[in-house]
Design a protein. Structure first.
Length: 253
């Protein structure tokens, strides 16, 4: 059942039973039986043309994931959008990915690379580079020793180049990208601390033709970071991140 639900992680729409079986690595008969059980429970739902989609019950349950962080952070993310007019977002590190916890989309036409609940590789995004730069040193060392895949021709994948960039980010206090996730989309981000430790990253996504001017929004980003830090200081980090912290996970993965 977990394999079947995971098949929908990369899909924004419905899947055929054959696609679900292939993605889950299950015989078609087994997939048919399990999909039927999940549909009866409301976890999955029948869509048009015999296809299967996620059910409302699963959506309802999922709303409780990370609610403490989302409920606390949402007003601040909305303020960033109100003050800048650009897509505003908050992300945490989930293994080797930036996991997007909250996002407010701007009206400007900027290529979308992710969504709330979506993930992107750390080395290609401004929030991801912030999460790498301001985490404990071993995090960046382990990440840069891995497989760094390009998302566009401008994605930096050379470990030495990225290591030097992370040093610059630490010195400057913010990170930027230009066409590294999607052509036409650029970003800028800063860290948010929690009782002296890196908690998350907040940032803006702007069209690349406006990238030269995005540094003017740094006062808004730094101000929002300080306000969010103050608003969450009384909440233990384990409580704030809740389900995003897996107690069984090796801390160095």
């Amino acid at each position: 059942m977990i394999a079947i639900l995971t098949a929908f992680e990369q899909s924004r729409g419905s899947l055929s039973l054959t696609q679900i079986a292939d993605e889950a690595g299950l015989p078609l008969s087994t997939a048919h039986r399990l999909v039927g059980e999940l549909t009866d429970a409301g976890i999955l739902a029948n869509g048009p043309h015999g296809r299967i989609q996620l059910g409302l019950k699963l959506w309802s349950i999922a709303q409780n994931t990370g609610r403490q962080l989302r409920d606390t952070a949402t007003p601040f993310v909305q303020d960033m959008f109100s003050l800048t007019g650009h897509t505003s977002q908050l992300a945490i590190r989930d293994g080797t990915s930036s996991l997007y916890i909250d996002r407010v989309y701007g009206p400007r036409r900027v290529p979308r690379a992710s969504r709330v609940g979506g993930r992107l590789p750390l080395h290609a995004t401004a929030v991801g580079k912030v999460l790498l730069a301001f985490s404990e040193p071993w995090v960046a060392e382990a990440y840069l020793a891995g497989d760094l895949k390009p998302l566009t021709p401008r994605t930096k994948t050379n470990p030495n180049t990225l290591a030097a960039e992370l040093e610059t980010i630490r010195a400057n206090g913010h990170a930027t990208t230009l066409d590294e996730v999607r052509d036409g989309a650029s970003s800028i981000a800063v860290p948010v601390y929690h009782t002296g430790k890196l908690g998350c990253a907040i940032g803006l996504v702007v069209s690349s033709d406006a990238a030269a001017d995005m540094h003017r929004h740094l006062p808004v980003l730094y101000g929002t970071s300080k306000r969010l830090e103050a608003a969450t200081a009384h909440i233990p980090l384990e409580t704030l991140l809740g389900a995003f912290l897996d107690p069984k996970r090796d801390p160095k993965t």
